[in-house]
Design a protein. Structure first.
Lengths: 389, 159
C-alpha cells in the first residue's frame, strides 16, 4: 500500500440546465475556488492538477488547455482523464494514486461538464463501434431503459417502487443547495403521471443534463493534518472494466452475465475487511442514471440479496433517516454534470463523513461511506472513505 | 511479431475489407462567458479593444481574461488598450482550408497592442509580403458591420 491520502477540500458549483453567464473555464473556476476556500489553501499550495470531462459532449477538444489559469494549473504537472461516465471518479483515483505514491503532497482533482454547449447524445452515439453499432445505438436513455425492463422482470419490482426512489431523491435534492432539479414532488403519482421518454423510462425516471463542476483537494497524511481537523481518508479505490461497448448497451442488459459492480464490490470489501456492507458501511452515494438503476445497484453492491433491492425502498431503509441512507444529496437523477457527476458522489460522501452536509446530513453517524461510479461499457469505480484509518 | 504483422498485411490484400464511411455531427453553442462577452460587446459597439489588468503582477491581458495565470487573482479591472501595436511574429498560409475566414494567402500575425502585455493573434493585410517584418507597426481595421466576433477587427494594416 502507498501513503495515506485524505480529502481536505471540497467544492462544487450550483447546478443548472444552462449557464449562459459563464463559459466553461469560468464555471470550473467556481468549483476550484470553493475547494480552495474550504481547505483554506492558496492556489500555489496545490502541486498538481487533474481534470476529467467528456470532451466531445461540448464539441470542444482539449478543454483543459483552455482553463489552466482558472484551475490553478499554470506551470504545474497534471493530466486529463476520460473513462466515460466514470471519468469524475477516475480523476479522484488518479489524484489518490499520485499522492499515495509520494510524488505529490497535494493534488487538485476536478470533474466538470457544461451541457448547455454541445449535444451529449450525439457524442455518445459516436462511442459505439462503427462496424455493427451505428444506427442501432440509442444514447444513454435507451440503454438504461433496457436495464430497467430487465430489472423489472428479474426482481418483480413495480413502477411504484421506481417512483418511490424518485421521491426519495427529490427530497434530498430539495435540501441540497447545489442540486439541479428540485421538483418538490409530493406523491409517487406525480412520477407515474410523467410521460415515457423511452419505455419503460418516464421523464422523471431519468437524470437531467446539468452544467456544473466539482473539485476536491487531496493531501498526504502529514500535510492533511496541517490543513484540516476533519480529513476524510480515502481508504481504497477499485476500478473494474467490463468489455467493449456493445451496440446500445452498457455491459449485459439481460442480467444473465457477470456485472462489473459485483466484481468491484467483492474486491473492495475483501481488501478492506468488510464482511457485512450494510453494517460496516454507513451510507452510500451511488451513480444512478435512473431510479431503476438505483434498485438494481443495491443488489450488485451487495447491500441486499439479488432481487430484493426494491424491498429496501419499500422499507425506507435507504431514506435519509434510514438505517443505510443512499444518495441523500439527491443523486444523479437530480444533478448530472457528467464529467463531474462521480466527483460529486465522492464529495457528497465525504461531506457526510465530515458531518458537513447541512440540511441533507443523514440521521445516523457516518464513519465509513462508499461512492460509486458507472459508465462506458459498464465500468465501475468504487471509492471507500473513512473518518479514521 | 514482425512476421505476424507481415502475414496479416499479406492476407488482407486478398480479403474483402469493409470500410465504414461516417460523419460525426456535433452541434455546439459556446457561451463567451462573463469576460469574453464584455470583450466582444466593447469591440462591436465601441470599436474598443479591452484588456484586464492584474495589478499585483502589473500585466494587461489582451484579449481580456478572467484570471491571472501567475497569481490566480480574479481580474475585474478593465482597461482599453490602443488599436495600434507591434508585429511580434507572423506566417503566411497559402493553402485553402475550410475554417479560414477569408481566401488565402493569409498573413497570420501576433500583434502586441500598445498598453497590452500579451500578443493578440489576428490577420495582417494591406502589406506587400516583402515588406513584412517583425517589429513593424500596425493598426486595427474594424469591420463596418460588427457582430460581436474577433473578426469585428477585419485585419491589422501597416501604419
Amino acid at each position: 500500500m502507498g501513503n495515506r491520502v485524505a480529502i481536505v477540500g471540497i467544492g462544487q458549483t450550483y447546478h443548472k440546465s444552462a449557464r449562459k453567464d459563464v463559459n466553461q473555464q469560468e464555471m470550473v473556476g467556481e468549483a476550484v475556488r470553493a475547494a480552495l476556500a474550504d481547505a483554506q489553501m492558496k492556489a500555489k499550495d496545490v502541486e498538481a492538477v487533474f481534470t476529467s470531462n467528456m470532451e466531445t459532449f461540448e464539441g470542444l477538444f482539449l478543454p483543459d488547455h483552455l482553463m489552466a489559469d482558472e484551475i490553478a494549473a499554470y506551470m504545474k504537472p497534471g493530466l486529463k482523464v476520460a473513462t466515460g461516465g466514470t471519468s469524475g471518479a477516475s480523476v479522484v483515483e488518479e489524484g489518490f494514486h499520485f499522492v499515495a505514491s509520494g510524488l505529490f503532497d497535494t493534488a487538485l482533482v476536478i470533474g466538470f461538464e457544461k451541457q448547455d454547449t454541445g449535444d451529449t447524445t450525439a457524442a455518445i452515439t459516436a462511442a459505439v463501434t462503427p462496424v455493427w453499432g451505428k444506427g442501432v445505438a440509442t444514447g444513454a436513455i435507451g440503454e438504461f431503459a433496457k436495464q430497467a425492463l430487465t430489472y423489472m422482470e428479474r426482481s418483480g419490482a413495480k413502477e411504484e417502487h421506481a417512483a418511490m426512489v424518485r421521491l426519495k431523491a427529490d427530497k434530498g435534492a430539495c435540501r441540497n443547495p447545489y442540486a439541479h432539479l428540485k421538483l418538490g414532488l409530493k406523491s409517487i403519482k406525480e412520477v407515474l403521471d410523467s410521460g415515457y421518454l423511452v419505455w419503460p423510462l418516464r421523464l422523471l425516471d431519468f437524470c437531467p443534463q446539468s452544467c456544473g463542476a466539482c473539485a476536491l483537494i487531496l493531501a498526504s497524511e502529514s500535510r492533511a493534518k496541517k490543513i484540516t481537523k476533519k480529513p476524510v481518508w480515502i481508504a481504497d479505490v477499485v476500478t473494474v472494466h467490463q468489455e467493449p461497448f456493445r451496440a446500445g448497451s452498457f455491459g449485459d442488459p439481460t442480467g444473465t452475465e457477470e456485472y462489473s459492480q459485483d466484481i468491484a464490490a467483492e474486491r473492495l470489501y475483501k481488501r478492506n475487511g468488510i464482511t457485512n456492507p450494510m453494517k460496516d458501511i454507513c451510507m452510500a452515494e451511488i451513480y444512478e442514471p435512473s431510479n431503476w438503476e438505483e434498485m438494481s445497484h443495491y443488489e450488485h453492491y451487495h447491500f441486499c440479496e439479488k432481487g430484493e433491492g426494491w424491498k429496501l425502498v419499500e422499507k425506507g431503509i435507504t431514506e435519509m433517516e434510514g438505517a443505510f441512507p443512499v444518495n441523500p444529496s439527491g443523486g444523479v437523477i437530480a444533478t448530472n454534470p457528467i464529467g463531474g457527476t462521480p466527483t460529486i458522489r465522492v464529495a457528497e460522501a465525504a461531506l457526510q463523513v465530515r458531518g458537513d452536509a447541512g440540511e441533507h446530513q443523514v440521521t445516523r453517524d457516518v464513519h465509513t461511506a462508499v461512492a460509486t461510479a458507472l459508465g462506458g461499457p459498464n465500468w465501475t469505480v468504487m471509492t471507500l472513505l473513512r473518518r479514521s484509518l | 511479431m514482425a512476421e505476424l504483422t507481415a502475414d496479416r498485411v499479406e492476407r488482407l490484400k486478398d480479403a474483402d475489407v469493409f470500410i465504414y464511411h461516417g460523419k460525426i455531427y456535433i452541434p455546439a453553442s459556446y457561451t463567451a462567458g462573463a469576460v469574453g462577452s464584455r470583450f466582444l460587446i466593447e469591440m462591436r459597439d465601441n470599436k474598443k479593444i479591452m484588456g484586464t489588468r492584474c495589478v499585483a503582477c502589473d500585466l494587461v491581458y489582451v484579449p481580456a481574461r478572467s484570471v491571472c495565470k501567475h497569481c490566480f487573482a480574479q481580474l475585474d479591472k478593465w482597461v482599453e488598450v490602443s488599436d495600434r501595436g507591434t508585429l511580434q511574429t507572423y506566417t503566411v498560409a497559402g493553402q485553402a482550408n475550410g475554417v479560414q475566414p477569408v481566401d488565402p494567402p493569409i498573413i497570420y500575425g501576433v500583434v502586441l497592442l500598445d498598453g497590452a502585455s500579451t500578443g493578440l493573434v489576428h490577420m495582417i493585410s494591406g502589406v506587400d509580403f516583402e515588406k513584412l517584418a517583425v517589429g513593424m507597426r500596425v493598426k486595427a481595421v474594424f469591420a463596418e458591420k460588427r457582430v460581436g466576433s474577433i473578426l469585428d477587427i477585419k485585419y491589422f494594416a501597416p501604419l
